[in-house]
Design a protein around this ligand. Structure first.
Ligand code: OGA
Ligand code: MN
Length: 285
């Protein structure tokens, strides 16, 4: 295996490994360690069936069944389709071809997801880049006054409010009452401690965080607006330009991500799994 850092503070490229083949424990440990310490890991040139993708994901933890069941793969409910493709006039995947704004995956769940693994199967020739921001380094670098201001604060994350706000012309965002029951408004700490590393990171998901608990609405929005520029400084970003066969995985305890739009005449098809924290670490602290 060859391991090469990609960005200023986050991102690592790992080559010389076939993720579809059984991974020796020692190789898996090297991969997990590199991923945790660099927060985003990129494996170019992979060929993965859904079964192989699930098998790789399961090495890290129990696979999550995404609450947006409309976009589960027909073969495996653990696999989510991220795509703008349509079959019989119906979207087969989530996210379409528009921009996906900054977010932390499933931060709106009572027990958010740990890592997300995305396999690029069809990639448009332009657009559709995925940006990652390092929220642990962002936290470390906050001005002390702002750090003190967010210490001990909690936020409410809400997929329902996100869907309502952004749903205009986005049928892919609609969720049933049953799905919303699994994803109720969820309070979480605004600064979270990484369950395995002990490091701290800002835990603010611009798409999903509706308010800071205990603050009046204008103060709540002002605090979140004050934080955002510290989370998106250019040297905290790794931007991934996709090639077919790329596997990219990220740690939702220390990063957020967004996706560029791409021209709708092109097809983009990604297969996605995500995995859960160990049982004792499922609720963010
Ligand atoms: C996701 C996601 C971005 C992309 O799968 O959670 O945000 O580039 N995907 O498809
Ligand atoms: Mn995402």
């Amino acid at each position: 295996m060859n391991i090469r850092p990609l960005g200023h503070t986050l991102g690592v490229e790992i080559t010389g490994v076939d993720l579809a083949a059984p991974l020796a424990d020692a190789d898996f440990d090297v991969i997990k360690d590199a991923w945790l310490h660099h927060k985003v890991a990129v494996f170019p040139g992979q060929t993965l069936t859904e079964a192989a993708l699930m098998q790789f994901g399961r090495r890290f933890g129990e696979l999550e069944i995404h609450v947006r069941s409309t976009y589960h793969s027909r073969e495996n409910s653990e696999v989510m389709i991220v795509s703008n493709k349509k079959e019989d006039g119906r979207a087969i995947g989530v996210l379409g071809d528009g921009e996906a704004q900054w977010h932390i995956d499933q931060s709106y769940m009572p027990q958010p997801t740990f890592g997300t693994i995305l396999f690029g199967q069809e990639i448009p020739p332009e657009g559709g880049d995925t940006w990652f921001a390092d929220l642990a380094t962002a936290y470390d670098r906050l001005p002390p006054v702002l750090k003190a201001k967010i210490e001990g604060k909690r936020v409410v994350n809400s997929v329902d409010r996100h869907n309502r706000r952004d749903a205009a012309g986005r049928p892919d965002l609609a969720m049933s009452a049953e799905q919303l029951k699994r994803a109720p408004d969820s309070p979480h700490p605004l600064v979270r401690t990484h369950p395995l590393l002990g490091t701290r990171a800002i835990y603010y998901s611009p798409s999903h965080t509706a308010e800071v608990e205990g603050l009046e609405e204008p103060d709540s929005q002002a605090l979140l607006a004050e934080l955002l520029p510290h989370m998106t400084k250019p040297d905290l970003i790794y931007k991934h330009h996709w090639s077919v066969g790329d596997v990219v995985m990220w740690d939702n305890s220390a990063t957020m991500h967004r996706r560029d739009p791409f021209p709708g005449e092109y097809s983009r098809l990604m297969k996605r799994v995500s995995f859960r924290y160990p049982p004792e670490h499922r609720v963010p602290v």
